[in-house]
Design a protein around this ligand. Structure first.
Ligand SMILES: [Zn+2]
Length: 301
């Protein structure tokens, strides 16, 4: 399987899950001590093993698996992969640890949020507790000829952490910097979305001055002003959601308002409407913004 791009020491691969191109990627960092960033769902674990082989990386040499959060499209395959990578430690947000050790609750929640898509992603296998390294903010992980820095980035999810490959200046934001495609970026804000956390997280990532952003959805982008762009969109979209909720509106009204207010949303919505995965994200984004606006108006957050 050819990579969908290489920047510095980082190789991007398309999981091609459900036969869809450009929806979920995973990354292999070919440093002296190699690592994987994001595993994708359980059903694509074999593809990762194959990609390691293509890059002539021995399974025993993989030092870390960095996962941004526990949603199945990002780390559903981590438990399965650890069975094949004997020396790999799993780096995650401290709040993610318990869900990796015992994914039963996560699996039930995923089935109810994602329906049939969750079945297609596959049930996550538990990760051995001894393999887990809970990351703190700005912790450095030695990869030999480069260093991976962890940056805690809640907002999209409370258990979200991003990673930054310092010498190559490549940021792996998971879902904390939105969904990217065709040069455009839009928010991804499933419940329980927290605007203030998301903005703070974006500021933390902006401070790192990344040259490239390696989006899980999807692929590499040169970071001109993508983080700043997303920041203003998050604020604008939340304001629109507040106005919709004040008028008694729901997700369908929010969708119509966003289609009018944001050309990027209009464009990305159109090109991705046949994607089972990305169209599902848009639905969850609307639901998260409505929930956030309701909670805000009722002074619950
Ligand atoms: Zn995602």
């Amino acid at each position: 399987m050819p990579p969908c791009g290489v920047k510095g020491k980082v190789h991007c691969f398309d999981s091609e899950i459900f036969g869809e191109r450009g929806s979920i990627s995973f990354y292999i960092v070919k440093t002296e001590k190699p690592s994987i960033v994001e595993t994708g769902p359980a059903t694509i674990a074999d593809r990762i093993l194959k990609s390691l082989k293509d890059l002539e990386i021995d399974r025993g040499d993989v030092k870390y698996i960095f996962i941004t959060h526990i949603h199945l499209d990002h780390s559903g395959g981590v438990g399965k992969l650890t069975k094949f990578l004997p020396n790999a430690k799993v780096v995650c947000h401290p709040k993610a640890t318990k869900h990796l050790i015992n994914p039963a609750k996560l699996w039930e929640a995923s089935k109810s949020a994602l329906g049939g898509v969750a079945e297609g992603y596959g049930e996550p296998e538990p990760v051995d507790e001894g393999l887990i390294v809970p990351a703190s903010n700005l912790q450095k992980f030695d990869l030999g000829n480069d260093t991976m820095l962890s940056v805690l980035t809640p907002g999209h999810a409370p258990h979200h952490v991003s990673f930054f490959l310092e010498k190559d200046k490549i940021l792996f934001p998971g879902d904390s910097a939105g969904v990217y495609g065709f040069g455009k970026v839009v928010p991804t804000t499933p419940p329980p979305f927290r605007l203030e956390d998301a903005i703070h997280s974006l500021d933390r990532m902006t401070e790192l001055k990344p040259e490239f952003i390696a989006y899980t959805h999807f692929g590499f982008a040169e970071n001109h002003d993508l983080l700043e762009k997303l920041r203003s969109k998050l604020i604008k979209w939340s304001e629109i959601a507040l106005a919709v909720v004040e008028k008694g509106g729901e997700t369908s009204e929010l969708h119509s308002e966003l289609m009018k207010a944001d050309e990027d949303y209009q464009d990305l919505y159109e090109v991705t409407k046949d994607s089972v995965i990305i169209s599902g994200f848009h639905q969850l984004t609307l639901a998260g913004l409505i929930d956030y606006a309701r909670a805000k108006l009722q002074n619950k957050i």
